[in-house]
Design a binder for this molecule. Structure first.
Ligand SMILES: NC(=O)c1ccc[n+]([C@@H]2O[C@H](COP(=O)([O-])OP(=O)(O)OC[C@H]3O[C@@H](n4cnc5c(N)ncnc54)[C@H](OP(=O)(O)O)[C@@H]3O)[C@@H](O)[C@H]2O)c1
Length: 324
């Protein structure tokens, strides 16, 4: 934190234009930091500027596959946050290039600039995983800690919030489709965590109150199966839809076909990830590497989802719940 006489700390946020990024930028701006938002198309990221005071937030051009652009974005920064991630590969945006080599390059640049580092990974990151995404995230974590042994790494479970790609996507699908798919029966367990709580954890790391050299696993207060997530979402948007089991073999087949599209709804690698639970591990709980150990009481999805899923309700229809 800063005092009035100090120049506020400068924080470079890679991926600051993304879903988690905009909440992190807002949390940092509220604390008074100067924020440099590093992304590939700063012209499209002008929406981040109103998240702070005039001149407090500056978008800059950087691609974490291009080292000189990273160095330029990090120059003079006191802290670097890396929120860059992709859900599927396309062109030069390979998992290895973005999650592994890109993470290493950002960590090295931060270390060279003498800046602190907070890095976002994901629950399930493991070099032994069958998923390319999860393996690349694990290699990225190792590269980060190699370059900067005091870095703080956060692994969230699925993150929810106004612009999320999870509840919004399925709620939108429920507007047009009489059924929703449950991959493998929908028994995979998640621990949805609110984006505001993830942003607060990251901001505390920038404040310097989070122990470095540690991998934290961030989950919300409830563990829910995919089916339970869909049931909760359907109740909130007040729509009755059939939940149809899609066997894993059929999901793989769909993933292999859809995966050929430029912005695929599903890939085989995502099907592989969905076979595994996405919850905070017993080790993280035991060792105090959780969001509550950071002093944050995570919010439940039931408290937040109605605030942004209301728009998927049938038009003009008020329910007993909305009027209550
Ligand atoms: N959302 C979740 O449920 C969730 C769960 C677990 C972990 N995470 C992790 O949390 C982080 C943030 O996720 P998110 O949901 O906010 O993702 P997002 O909305 O897709 O944002 C990703 C950001 O990465 C940037 N980016 C992509 N490729 C880049 C490159 N080569 N160089 C520079 N920037 C690049 C994007 O900006 P441009 O494309 O405009 O350049 C965007 O700002 C990621 O590491 C993700 O893996 C997210």
């Amino acid at each position: 934190m800063t005092t009035i006489t100090e120049i506020p700390k400068l924080v470079t946020v890679f991926g600051g234009s993304g879903f988690v990024g905009r909440h992190v930028v807002r949390a940092l701006a509220r604390r008074g930091y100067r924020v440099r938002v590093a992304c590939r198309r700063p012209d499209l990221a002008n929406f981040v500027q109103p998240l702070g005071n005039v001149g407090q937030i500056q978008p800059v051009q950087a691609n974490i596959r291009v080292r000189w652009s990273i160095d330029r974005a990090v120059e003079g920064a006191d802290h670097v946050v890396n929120l860059v991630g992709i859900l599927y590969e396309g062109g030069k945006q390979k998992f290895s290039a973005v999650h592994d080599e890109g993470a290493r390059a950002v960590a090295q640049a931060a270390a060279a600039a003498g800046a602190g580092l907070t890095h976002n990974s994901a629950i399930g990151a493991s070099v032994d995983s069958a998923s390319l995404y999860a393996r690349s995230k694990a290699r990225g974590e190792m590269a980060v800690l190699e370059a900067n042994k005091n870095a703080v790494i956060f692994r969230p479970s699925i993150v929810f919030g106004p612009e999320d790609q999870f509840y919004n996507r399925f709620a939108d699908m429920a507007r047009y489709s009489p059924f929703l798919p449950l991959l493998g029966g929908g028994n995979t367990r998640f621990q949805p965590v609110f984006v505001g709580d993830v942003a607060e954890a990251i901001a505390r790391s920038v404040d310097g109150t989070v122990k470095g050299g540690t991998i934290y696993e961030l989950g919300g207060p409830e563990v829910m199966t995919f089916r339970e997530c869909m049931e909760e979402m359907l109740e909130i948007i007040d729509r009755k839809r059939q939940l149809v089991t899609v066997p894993w073999w059929l999901a793989e087949l769909q993933g292999s076909i859809l995966g050929m599209l430029p912005s695929p709804l599903l890939t085989t690698d995502q099907v592989t990830q969905l076979r595994n639970d996405n919850v905070v591990s017993a080790d993280a709980e035991r060792q105090g590497r959780t969001i509550t150990a950071l002093g944050i009481q995570p919010q439940a999805s039931a408290a937040i989802l109605p605030s942004y899923l209301w728009r998927y309700r049938p038009a003009g229809q008020f329910t007993r719940k909305t009027l209550a």
